[in-house]
Design a protein around this ligand. Structure first.
Ligand code: 1GP
Length: 253
């Protein structure tokens, strides 16, 4: 099994290079806009395409991934809402352990069931400490997983959680305020986690403007994930891509 993408995450972090992941929720793909979205991903050098959603209303994931693969070589990484989200056309999977919660099923249970399938799938496994951060309203993931998110204003809890996750061997940390969050993860929390672990940090949830993207990047996010904001305004893709690119030029000049 290859480890190319994980190395890529670590190399980019070591070089101070920020990355942009576009999240595609197969349930929300609109065929009219989809080709345009993929064209823009290619034109603006999006680094990763995450595919996933919290619910499966219509099982179109295989078609969606096939179309992404037809259009582009951008790595496709599964961001699974649940164990049905496995498709070996993708390059890798964020194997999420929901370490902000205390539901054994989302910490290890579903992983046990999936392990043989994942082993055979050929997908690169990206073991990820997944932390839900309270954004002021209940998210689908917190409802489905019956877990309580980390309070918005308690960076210390996020720090200790990330440290424990890293000590347990998780290779990436994902701070998520939830799709469409009104308040993205705070800069204070991102910066505190950044100081306490060496893993690349992925930040998502409610990043729907250049300012919010810059806030996350300057606080220490290595990868920002944007889904909802682009679904609502496809032009945001270009704006965020240029922001991520310019950020890289600024910090390295
Ligand atoms: C949600 O982090 C992702 O799990 C992305 O959130 O849809 O709000 O961009 P948005």
């Amino acid at each position: 099994m290859t480890q190319n993408l994980l190395s890529n995450f670590y190399e980019r972090k070591a070089n101070g290079q920020k990355s942009f992941a576009v999240l595609i929720d197969p349930d929300k793909v609109n065929s009219e806009n989809f080709s345009k979205l993929l064209d823009l991903c290619v034109e603006y050098n999006v680094d990763y395409i995450f595919v996933g959603g919290s619910l499966i209303m219509d099982y179109v994931m295989a078609e969606v991934i096939a179309k992404v693969k037809e259009y582009t070589n951008i790595p496709v990484i599964l961001f699974p809402g649940n164990s049905l989200y496995i498709d070996s056309q993708a390059d890798a999977i964020l194997l999420l352990s929901l370490i902000s919660g205390r539901n054994p099923d989302f910490l290890i249970g579903q992983h046990v069931i999936l392990a043989p399938i994942l082993r055979k799938s050929g997908l690169e496994i990206l073991s990820t400490g997944y932390m839900l951060i309270d954004s002021g309203q209940q998210t689908t993931v917190s409802y489905i997983s019956t877990t309580t998110p980390i309070p918005y204003d308690k960076p210390g809890i996020a720090v200790c959680t990330a440290m424990a996750g890293e000590m347990l061997g998780l290779k990436l940390m994902y701070l998520d305020a939830g799709s469409g969050a009104i308040n993205p993860v705070s800069q204070e929390m991102i910066a505190a986690v950044r100081k306490s672990v060496d893993t690349p940090i992925i930040v998502g949830g409610g990043i729907n403007s250049i300012k919010k993207a810059k806030n996350a990047l300057s606080a220490g996010a290595d990868v920002i994930v944007v889904g909802n904001g682009i679904e609502e305004n496809i032009d945001l893709l270009k704006q965020i891509a240029l922001t991520v690119g310019s950020y890289h030029l600024t910090v390295n000049s």
